[in-house]
Design a protein around this ligand. Structure first.
Ligand SMILES: Cc1ncc(C[n+]2csc(CCOP(=O)(O)OP(=O)(O)O)c2C)c(N)n1
Ligand SMILES: [Mg+2]
Length: 288
């Protein structure tokens, strides 16, 4: 589904429009349950829109197609963001999003691979996604596959030793088919990332581990497209792996949430959901 041959402004407009729809899906799902990791999900909508509408090789009607690129969501609590992306990619029907978190739904609040088409792993035990990506990339290389393995991590996961073991392993085995993207939202469950366990300078750590490293504003679609293109350019089974560190803003697109005190789990009152949607639409229309 790559659109790399399209003119840059067309690609960016398409990605922005999809990210905007994804943000509406996220608010609609959040309202169904009155909760969800909505702040983070709004923050990463641009990253996932670039990934799902511009980069990933997929057959939406055949989520198990052997030639697909793999997308591993390491952070199970970001499932609401992935469901929005899967809906945009045509893997999950948009109407199904209203079942979010309900009994019998294929879209549980914490992501589970056995329930949801297109969800490759059950993430959530943090720090394991990149280790799985390494094993998967080794397996795909042994099969002669050209499929890429994308791994989505959070900045909190950079506190986990297993992430760095996997990072060194990927570089050692020259797993260039791996592209990691990290949501650098500066927050984790116990407070700001800098106060819990500082991971800066993060670029230097990834470079020292042997990765082709880029750092971008994760809410700047043009910058994201350029970074993902640079990663795609180098993505070969025997090259250096790539990481894109994405500085994102929690609640992005909804001023009410962007300016609220940052919290791992945001409370949104019943009357606020509609206001969030209105602010989102106003901001998007105003920027066009
Ligand atoms: C191994 C492990 N330790 C702890 C937790 C509990 N936990 C769930 S989310 C979370 C925060 C992790 O940081 P991050 O993903 O950056 O948080 P966010 O940006 O979503 O606030 C923690 C500690 C977990 N799921 N897995
Ligand atoms: Mg975080």
């Amino acid at each position: 589904m790559t659109t790399v041959d399209a003119p840059p402004e067309t690609r960016a407009a398409k990605v922005r429009a999809a990210a905007h729809r994804m943000r509406h899906h996220i608010l609609n799902m959040g309202e169904v349950q009155g909760q969800g990791y909505v702040g983070q999900a709004l923050g990463v909508a641009d990253m996932l829109s670039v990934t799902y509408t511009d980069q990933l090789r997929l057959r939406p009607q055949d989520p198990h197609w052997a030639g697909r690129d793999r997308f591993l969501l390491s952070t199970g609590h970001y499932a609401i963001a992935l469901y929005a992306a899967l809906a945009e990619a045509g893997v999950v029907p948009v109407e199904e999003l209203e079942t979010y978190g309900s009994d019998g739904s294929r879209l549980p609040m914490s992501g589970m691979a056995s329930y949801t088409p297109g969800m490759e792993i059950s993430g959530g035990s943090l720090g394991h996604g990149l280790t799985v990506a390494v094993g998967m990339a080794l397996g795909l290389r042994a099969q002669g596959s050209s499929s890429r393995v994308f791994n989505f991590l959070s900045d909190g996961e950079l506190d986990e030793g297993s992430t760095w073991e996997a990072a060194m392993g990927a570089a050692h085995h020259r797993l260039g088919s791996i592209t990691a993207m990290v949501d650098m939202n500066a927050l984790q469950a116990d407070g700001t990332t800098s106060s819990v366990l500082s991971i800066e300078p993060a670029e230097e750590k990834w470079e020292a581990a042997g990765w082709f490293t880029q750092r971008v504003d994760g809410n700047d679609v043009d910058a994201l497209l350029a970074a993902f293109d640079a990663a795609a350019e180098r993505a070969r089974p025997d090259e250096q792996p790539s990481v894109i560190l994405c500085d994102t803003r929690i609640g992005r697109g909804v001023p009410l949430l962007e300016t609220r005190e940052k919290a791992h789990f945001m409370r949104i009152d019943e009357h606020e959901w509609q206001l969030c949607r209105e602010q989102l639409t106003e901001g998007y229309e105003g920027a066009r």
